[in-house]
Design a protein around this ligand. Structure first.
Ligand code: FES
Ligand SMILES: [Fe+2]
Length: 414
């Protein structure tokens, strides 16, 4: 079913590519420039979007085995991800139930966690195993003092959690069926090659750049080249969007050779041709395929708002279908990933920071998203809609989006 949907999109991309056309949004849209600079709105976005929606906290391959853990701070919330003995993932509040000290730092492998302050010990399942000097501490109900859990689910080889212990939104509803398509990458069986963290501009300024091919031949002329395409068709499942270049061509796996999909039988279309383009997971992830290192690779960019309205933090994960087999392949994968740092930090985010500083002047009332920039239009509509939505409205909003399936044309403004 999901493969049929991928074929459908590919057919449409080929047809548009042949005709030299793209799907256009109905109109040019104006967004108040203050949406990028208003500190009050920024706080609302963190509370209403990042603390209420599922976030992609790790690719599964970062935590491959039972006991693997990762401690992280996500929009101010200390989180501890732990791969459980049965292989499932759990997300805990990374705070000791004694006095709140974070239990773990960084990443590693452990069967239990001992708090570094007074020595209380917790199991990988979050249960309180023992308190230090219990004869002196006094009687407490250990069962009631286990680590607090967040809703957590692994889909398409990615770990999602909602940083709201009482959330009534289901992770599956919020994904709107999009994970069935992402599943075709096969990330569950991939490996994590390298990762790094970059600082960027306002999170929406940064995210806009993942939702737009319009800038590619201009901003990235020095890296990707100025003859790069600037057109994209947009496919949306609720707020999650894929962008792909309308073309009958695709890159052949593991080489720079281009193949003509229109000259092939559909059954022979390779899966990476079906997955080309950029796949964003609202509100903060972008996935794109690369080939350096002798195997299929993907850069998964995970973006979080920073401490102020003008800052964001992005972790780039370079994941690969299989580990490089030789020094030359390792070097190739490393060079590919280094290139992507140059592109994103040196071009996208450096521009975003300049753009943000200029917007902070308050001299401009609106910014524009053209008919060819549907990705940004849909993104900003959803941000606006979610910032306004009450907790009670949230599940129905996503269930309605999931029920309407893939949107290839821009939905009417809310
Ligand atoms: S805060 Fe953890 S043992 Fe005291
Ligand atoms: Fe870019």
């Amino acid at each position: 079913m999901a493969r049929e949907e991928l074929l459908e999109m590919t057919r449409s991309l080929i047809a548009h590519g042949r005709a030299g056309t793209m799907e256009l949004a109905d109109e040019v849209v104006r967004i108040p420039a203050s949406t990028y600079t208003d500190p009050e709105l920024f706080e609302l976005e963190k509370a209403r979007i990042f603390r209420r929606l599922p976030l992609m906290l790790a690719p599964s391959c970062e935590l491959p085995e039972p006991g693997c853990y990762k401690a992280m701070e996500v929009v101010g919330v200390p989180v501890l991800l732990v791969r459980q003995r049965d292989g499932s993932m759990a997300a805990f509040l990374n705070m000791c139930s004694h006095r709140g000290n974070p239990l773990a730092q960084g990443t590693g492998k452990a069967s239990r966690f001992t708090c570094g302050y007074h020595g209380w010990t917790f199991g990988a399942d979050g249960g309180l195993l023992g308190i230090a000097a219990p004869q002196d501490f006094g009687v407490v109900d250990k069962a009631a003092l286990c680590l607090k859990r967040f809703p957590c689910a692994e889909r398409a080889g990615l770990v999602f959690a909602i940083l709201d212990q009482g959330s009534t939104l289901s992770i599956d509803d919020a994904l709107c069926g999009y994970d069935r398509l992402l599943d075709h990458f096969g990330f569950r069986d991939w490996i994590l090659f390298e990762q790094r963290t970059l600082t960027g501009p306002n999170w929406k300024t940064a995210y806009d750049g993942y939702l737009d091919f319009y800038h590619l031949p201009v901003l990235h002329a020095a890296t990707f080249g100025s003859d790069f395409f600037n057109r994209a068709n947009y496919f949306a499942w609720g707020p999650h969007q894929r962008l792909a270049n309308p073309s009958q061509h695709a890159q052949r796996t593991g080489s720079n050779e281009r193949i003509d999909l229109s000259a092939m039988d559909e059954a022979d279309w390779p899966v990476d041709a079906l997955m080309q383009g950029v796949w964003t997971i609202f509100p903060h992830v972008s996935i794109a395929s690369f080939y350096g290192g002798g195997a299929r690779g993907a850069m998964i960019s995970q973006l979080f708002p920073g401490r102020t309205v003008g800052e964001s933090v992005t972790t780039q994960f370079y994941v690969m279908e299989r580990a490089p087999q030789s020094d030359a392949e390792r070097q190739g994968a490393h060079d590919q990933f280094a290139f992507l740092e140059t592109v994103v930090a040196g071009e996208d985010y450096a521009t975003g920071k300049r753009q943000h500083d200029a917007l902070m002047s308050g001299q401009m009332a609106h910014v524009l998203f053209g008919r060819n920039e549907r990705g940004g239009q849909v993104f900003h509509q959803w941000v606006d809609r979610l910032v306004r939505a009450s907790d009670a409205e949230l599940p129905a909003l996503f269930r309605a989006a999931a029920a309407s399936g893939r949107q290839d044309a821009i939905p009417a403004a809310a």
